[in-house]
Design a protein around this ligand. Structure first.
Ligand SMILES: Cc1ncc(COP(=O)(O)O)c(C=O)c1O
Length: 408
């Protein structure tokens, strides 16, 4: 038997209820499994928690975490900005109704057509290289539009303990800190609309102190750069990296402690940042815990003493839960039998998907209520990097349905 992560407190009940309705009801309304359900109230609660902890900091949503249209439309009015990473995400962010000047576009390898669309729409481009700066300025000239440009900095800092480090090393992301001021000065001298700095050091950190140290160092770096540039950045995006507890033994992040420390760093910031606004950009922390992936048991089988529940969903929709998206060791996300009654007898089972690869394992030897063909299996922590981060075309299975659940 192997342990699994903790089911988020937003979800309870046996049988499982999501936003006040049973999982079986949600499936009946959607028509079929597999189904992703995103609990709107759970997302709103995270946004409110952020606001309470960071009253003076803007909140941006990194839509790569979950760009489901109904979810984006619900979140757009509640956050101060949307961060996008492609021309496709630009279309989605604009469709969600967010004002272009609150949208920022980061990511290496922006094509000319993506830069053109961004400049025409009037969104901020976070420049990843001096070459990209030259191309954006040239496109702006040809269109007769002043581009809104910020510099993404590749910081010396790395976010300790983060699942994905994006600073402190040679990188495709951002302009090295020691060259960033020179590129910023060129951009400003060329007449661009200077929007400031974007400094992103890593993702999925659960150690509040690591984030506190990184934010303090990021604030100091932004101050040094602003002094060197000589023009106050209107906005400094301090990055994010707030993690969520997917696995056994992990605990939620203490964001009140991070907020208190950042307030102190703000109070003592360089005068070169006196009138600068600051933003934190979050993806999974806002939406990850709010999502549940529901699949149905199609087969139940024994093999060499082990029991397998074979379900109609798998890594083609929820790659991360199978341990194949950026994890080295396979550990279990929280899962449950959504249709099981309280006190049902339990057994040790593995939950596997329909793909013919041993990688398609949603849960490995976990203790769950005894389930039969037709029962629903819930995989929690499914609100971020689910269907949009999974190989959906692999083996030709249909796409899952997605629903934004409103509390009834
Ligand atoms: C620039 C940038 N912003 C935001 C994110 C979102 O990260 P998370 O979902 O961990 O908050 C990422 C993750 O890759 C990123 O690279």
């Amino acid at each position: 038997m192997k342990p699994m992560g903790t089911i988020p407190a937003d979800f309870a009940g046996a049988p499982l209820t999501i936003a006040g309705r049973s999982a079986a009801d949600w499936v009946a309304m959607a028509g079929d499994t597999p189904l992703f359900i995103y609990d709107r109230g759970a997302v709103e609660a995270r946004i409110a928690r952020f606001r309470a902890a960071f009253p003076d900091i803007d909140l941006h949503y990194a839509i790569k975490a979950n760009p489901f249209a109904a979810l984006l439309a619900a979140m757009a009015p509640l956050v101060d900005g949307l961060d996008i990473a492609s021309g496709g995400e630009l279309t989605m962010a604009l469709a969600a109704g967010k004002a272009p000047q609150t949208i920022s576009f980061a990511g290496p390898g922006k094509r000319d057509d993506e830069l053109t669309a961004a400049i025409k729409a009037g969104v901020t481009i976070n420049l990843e290289s001096s070459g990209e700066a030259t191309r954006a300025l040239g496109i702006g000239d040809r269109l007769g539009i002043t581009p809104r440009l910020a510099i993404r900095v590749n910081p010396e800092i790395e976010l300790r303990g983060s699942g994905m480090r994006m600073g402190g090393r040679a990188s495709p992301f951002g302009i090295d800190a020691d060259r960033a001021a020179a590129v910023a000065r060129d951009v400003i001298a060329s007449g661009a609309d200077w929007r400031g700095l974007h400094i992103y050091a890593g993702s999925q950190a659960l150690d509040a102190w690591a984030i506190i140290d990184t934010q303090a160092a990021t604030m100091a770096l932004a101050g040094r750069l602003a002094e060197e540039i000589g023009v106050m950045p209107p906005l400094v995006n301090l990055g994010g990296g707030f993690g969520i507890p997917y696995f056994p033994g992990e605990a939620p992040l203490d964001i009140a402690a991070i907020g208190a420390a950042l307030a102190e760093a703000l109070a003592t910031r360089s005068t070169a940042l006196r009138d600068t606004r600051f933003a934190i950009e979050l993806g999974r922390w806002l939406v990850g815990e709010a999502g549940v992936y529901l699949t149905r048991v199609v087969d139940r089988k024994e093999s060499r003493g082990e029991t397998f529940l074979v379900v109609d969903g798998g890594l083609h929709h929820q790659l991360a839960a199978t341990g194949n998206l950026g994890t080295v060791v396979k550990r279990n996300y929280p899962v449950s039998i959504a249709t099981a009654a309280a006190g049902a007898p339990t057994e040790v089972v593995s939950v596997v998907g329909p793909l013919c690869t041993p990688l398609d394992r949603l849960a490995d030897r976990v203790t769950l209520p005894v389930a039969a063909v037709g029962d629903l299996v819930a995989v929690f922590m499914a609100g971020a990097y689910g269907v949009s981060a999974s190989p959906t075309a692999f083996l030709g299975h249909p796409l899952p349905a997605e629903t934004l659940a409103e509390h009834s």
